[in-house]
Design a protein around this ligand. Structure first.
Ligand code: DGJ
Length: 736
């Protein structure tokens, strides 16, 4: 429940919740370790004052220095909503073609409201929280000439040093306008030496961390795939050139959206830096008729003065507690086995049942049937046919899907009180031309006039901006899920978007997708949903709002996974990562790594499992499965709820991650030696996040926090590649 505390316009000084307002014209959003402040200037513009370590609300200027230049005063205003055509020559956040045909807008302040809690963004994913978690400042602006109103919402989460921002443009004028650009968040930084850090990659090598200097001019990255993409993630950190993993200012901007986006960072000639993050302007051109409104997706901004590690932990805590609405978010996820790499398309009900029995005998709790189970006229026996026809294939399931699910879920899991659970794979946004759905509705596919419909993996993309397509998916997938006792769904998406009928369809598609997912997750709230897009192609906060986890990469090689999982953790909590043990030689890289190493790497993900044919393992490996499952269940609570300290990155050859419960009482350390080095010692492993004066037990030995953090743990490794350790850390009582 949210409550309006104060309406705008009143000339009073107000301090409510985490928001202080001075004389209706200066605003400060106050968190435990940061504040965000701006004011209204004499022209009615919203001018940014501060974002960072807590500081005075009023701008702290010493002297009246005046910098001269050709366009002085017009080029460097730090506006909260930079519009275009006046007072500024930098990239604007918004650019709107008005009814008069020009793109000049002049949004002036009209009032504000403060409320406890946070309003929902209708139709869009967003962070959430109760009256004690978050407070919201709503500021309204108006462009008199066009009749456009902008309603800016800033929600501050004090205990996470986070501000979530979105805004709504309402056309109160009499003519249609076209929104050409609407970045959700503008970050203003003072002149200085800044770097940007972001995640770039490709299929099977997602989330490589890139760090580069912000130079004079514009620099950035984007997705034009229609989805958030493997290529670039909708996240950017801006840090001082001296910021490290453990110290220095770090700003993280995370865009809560799953479609095309753009990050534009501009260091102007004055050396001031502006970063805009939001919808990709090339996929927008949104027409707004009189009376209509347009709401931007939300962007979350976090700040830490404890480097990239502190920034990630702020974001992780916020996302663990205030993003994913699934009932599984804080719950232990069952150890699963996914059939894909073990069987690909080669299965039928009897084969699946045999594998399910094997899983139950070895202590696996959830059996997931991946791609290939559907299609009647066009059976999905490979990836050329069947997508769109969500009916179990009668040749594979002569007694129906329910019969298999009933038999599998009657199996007792060895060493546990549980019965085996059953999950399945879907890819609902897609259609193969070889399908009954395409034969009936070729017009339901995204296409641009008579242009050829580009096929990728022999599939086309359904136009989810259309209501009838959304309803078809809701019905088709809903019927399958209602037909049997399904506990888990993997929602895949294996191609990018090409021929868009119009730029605006890109965003309309996302709104349609969110409606479909919202409807299905509300109807089946007990199902554990996992996102996937050929691996991590849609690992974004938008989908993590509905689903608690996402498949991190199609690359299941343990060595590559260390890079991918450490990279992903820059912006996403490990609790949201799916990570599995797969066969060796690995199917993507052909690398052979020991089972223990593969297991420990996969334990870094909140959803741990297997992706192989258990029967292909030798007797010695099979005997280890029970212990691996038991260890993963011991590690899981720390990964799900703990704060992550990236003690050393994979680049060091000795990566290590420490997960400590937020109260600092217990944790687990995952440490790795990637390659053995002849006659070289590994550096001591400095722990972090401990109390210097407290005593801790690690690996049955007692240390002080100071020893662990200042002298470090001496890790000794043998002369062989791919070694790993799992060490539990326990704080001992103070009098011990
Ligand atoms: C891509 C996914 O990332 C894989 O895990 C698997 O589900 C295949 N699609 C199935 O087609």
């Amino acid at each position: 429940m949210t409550k309006i505390l104060q309406n705008g316009g009143a000339k009073v000084t107000e301090v409510k919740a985490a928001i202080s307002v001075l004389g209706s014209r200066a605003f400060s959003l106050n968190a435990w370790g940061m504040n965000y402040a701006f004011h209204v200037d004499a022209n009615g513009d919203l001018i940014h004052d501060h974002f960072g370590t807590p500081a005075a609300v009023q701008p702290t200027e010493v002297g009246n220095g005046h910098i001269s230049g050709w366009a002085t005063g017009m080029t460097d205003e730090k506006r909260e909503l930079p519009d275009s055509g006046r007072g500024d020559f930098r990239l604007p956040a918004i650019h709107i073609r008005t009814g008069a045909g020009h793109t000049v807008t002049d949004f002036k302040y009209t009032g504000y409201q403060v409320m406890r809690g946070k309003p929902e963004l209708e139709g869009l994913p967003s962070t959430f929280g109760g009256d004690r978690d978050v407070s919201t400042l709503i500021v309204t602006l108006e462009d008199e000439e066009s009749g456009l109103e902008a309603t800016l919402r800033y929600s501050v989460f004090p205990s996470h040093n986070a501000v979530a921002k979105s805004y709504t443009i309402t056309n109160k004028g009499s003519e249609e306008v076209e929104i050409k650009r609407a970045a959700s968040f503008t970050l203003n930084l003072d002149a200085g030496e800044w770097d940007m850090v972001y995640l770039a990659g490709d299929w099977a090598r997602e989330t490589n961390q890139v760090r580069r200097r912000i130079d004079v001019g514009t620099q950035g990255f984007q997705s034009l795939c229609g989805y958030s993409s493997h290529f670039f993630n909708p996240f950017v950190a801006l840090v001082s050139s001296e910021t490290s993993e453990t110290s220095g200012p770090a700003y993280g901007l995370s865009f809560v959206y799953s479609g095309s986006f753009a990050v534009e960072v501009e260091r102007f000639v004055t050396d001031r830096v502006r970063a805009n993050i939001g919808l990709n302007p090339l996929h927008l051109d949104w027409k707004l008729a009189p009376g209509e409104s347009f709401t931007t997706p939300e962007c979350v901004a976090v700040f830490s003065d404890q480097g990239l590690g502190g920034m990630s932990r702020n974001l992780h805590r916020l996302y663990r507690n205030h993003l994913s609405r699934s009932e599984w978010t804080h719950r232990h996820r069952p150890v699963l086995l996914n059939s894909w790499e073990g069987m690909y398309f080669d299965f039928d009900a009897e084969k699946l049942y045999t594998k399910a029995k094997d899983c139950a005998e070895l202590g696996v709790k959830l059996y997931v049937m991946d791609d290939g189970w559907f299609g009647v006229k066009h059976p999905r026996t490979d990836d050329h046919a069947g997508l769109g026809d969500w009916v179990p294939n009668p040749d594979r399931f002569p007694n129906g899907l329910k019969d298999l699910v009933d038999r599998a879920t009657a199996l007792q899991v060895s060493g546990s009180k549980d019965k085996l659970k059953f999950g399945l794979w879907v890819e609902p946004e897609m259609v193969n031309p070889q399908s009954e759905l395409y034969e009936a509705h070729p017009d339901w596919v995204l296409h641009a006039g008579k242009h050829k419909r580009t096929e990728q993996r022999s599939q086309l993309v359904l136009d989810l901006s259309r209501r009838e397509v959304q309803d078809y998916i809701i019905d088709a997938i809903g019927s399958v899920l209602a037909s049997a006792d399904v506990s888990y769904v993997k929602w895949d998406n294996n191609r990018a978007i090409h021929e868009l009928p119009s730029p605006a369809t890109a965003h309309a598609y996302m709104l349609g997708l969110y409606r479909v997912i919202d409807s299905l997750t509300c109807r089946f709230p007990h199902i554990l949903w996992e996102g996937c897009a050929s691996g991590g192609g849609r690992f974004d906060p938008g989908l993590l709002h509905y689903w608690p986890q996402s498949w991190t990469s199609d690359n299941t090689d343990a060595l590559d996974r260390l890079h991918i999982q450490f990279g992903t953790s820059l912006a996403y909590p490990p609790s949201s990562m799916g990570a599995h043990i797969s066969a060796v030689p690995n199917h993507q890289t052909h690398r052979v790594t020991p089972l223990e190493f593969r297991a420990h790497v996969a334990m870094m993900g909140g959803s741990f499992g297997f992706e192989l044919d258990l029967q292909s393992m030798n007797d010695d490996e099979r005997r280890q499965i029970h212990n691996i499952v038991a260890l993963s269940e011991k590690v899981s609570p720390y990964v799900l709820k703990g704060d992550l300290y990236r003690l050393a990155s994979p680049e060091s050859n000795y990566p290590a991650a420490l997960f400590m419960l937020p109260d600092g009482s217990e944790g687990v350390l995952l440490a790795f030696c990637m390659q053995s080095r002849i006659h070289k010692f590994s550096p001591p492993l400095m722990l972090a996040g401990l109390n210097l004066n407290a005593a801790y037990e690690v690996d049955c030995k007692t240390y002080t926090g100071s020893e662990l953090m200042r002298s470090g743990l001496k890790m000794s490794w043998d002369s062989r590649d791919y070694q790993s350790r799992v060490l539990f850390v326990k704080r001992l009582p103070d009098n011990c």
